[in-house]
Write a new protein. Structure first.
Length: 155
């Protein structure tokens, strides 16, 4: 089994993505595991592939796009085109505190949607309280050949 086939099957998986298309494909495969109420927290440096991965998740969920970085609007809701859950795409980069995250009122939609939070580690975990955990997806683009290593964990 190659790395990309194992996405999301174990408590922790690592996938190597050699380009944006592979990053998007990893997101699309990961979406097969997601359903209403799932929280996914994305962590990685600027340009590591978080939004590209989310584009793949959106394709896998069959939601209305386009999926772009929500940096300036902080959160976007993408309704389903297939009768599945909506995608709530959040960028927590500009949020300095938990009260600012709380002001977005995400807990109102997290039960019925798949919520993906970029830059959410250390901030968004509170959204998973009482919901049985969440996913953390870490992106490492530190290799010289620009290959991204994507680590999937279930918390």
């Amino acid at each position: 089994m190659n790395d990309s086939e194992s996405v999301g099957r174990a408590a922790s998986d690592v996938v190597r993505a050699e380009d944006a298309a592979a990053t998007r494909a990893a997101g699309q495969r990961f979406a097969e595991r997601l359903g209403p109420g799932d929280l996914v927290i994305l962590s990685g440096e600027l340009g590591a592939g978080k939004t590209t991965f989310t584009q793949g998740v959106a394709e896998g969920l069959g939601v209305r796009g386009p999926i772009t970085s929500p940096t300036f609007v902080l959160a976007r809701v993408h309704p389903s085109l297939t009768g599945g859950p909506a995608l709530v795409h959040v960028d927590a980069y500009r949020l300095g505190s938990l009260p600012e995250l709380d002001d977005l009122d995400l807990d109102a939609s997290v039960e019925d949607s798949v919520t993906v939070v970029e830059w959410g580690e250390g901030k968004a975990e509170v959204l998973a309280e009482g919901r049985g955990g969440h996913y953390v997806v870490r992106f490492d683009r530190s290799r010289e050949d620009d290959v991204r290593e994507i680590v999937f964990e279930r918390s």
